[in-house]
Design a protein around this ligand. Sequence first.
Ligand code: E4P
Length: 215
Amino acid sequence: MKIFLDTADVDDIAVVARWGVLDGVTTNPTLFSKVGGSYDDVLRRISGLTPGPVSAEVVAADVEGMLSEGRHFAGIAPNIVVKIPMSEPGLAAMARLKAEGIRTNCTLIFSANQGLLAAKAGASLLSPFVGRLDDINEDGMDVVRELVAIVETHGLDTEVLAASIRHPRHVTEAALAGAHVVTAPIAVLRQMIAHPLTESGIEKFRQDWDAVQGA
Ligand code: E4P
């Protein structure tokens, strides 16, 4: 399973790239609003930090607007993937961009049927939002499980990207569900690294080593 970082923060992306676990990045308008500046510049810098897919999200509501923003993003770097919300214009834009050889990530997916349609329209990534479904008392991971089964059963040329990840257990469950990709904030990746027994074990080894040196 590939691991993407869910952020527009270039410093955080550089940190995770150094860990050797970074397969790509997802951004959205909310994440970009936290760093500010020029979205193009941020995307250019992120694309230089990872050879993997970097999702850049359109904000236009109509097909022509989505196409225009999407073509612009795709021209910034070869690894940019155009993120388009699930909707009627979104499906049309994904189909047109696919025909032009531009990869898309269908975002704001909350049901397997939405994901199935996005796959048919040519999206190369399908982003079911796990955490936001959990927030309304549904099991967000069910959509990941169903979409993975549909993609695998029918040999669809797309990948399921588990998004809206809130905690490390979501990552484990996405991996067990067969998600091809998970995108998570750096805080969740740090929670995945940390374990109290690892930390106390490191401290005990250091103390025992120091005791021998001092003897
Ligand atoms: C990623 O592609 C999504 O935009 C992101 O995971 C949404 O996460 P949120 O529900 O925490 O905003």
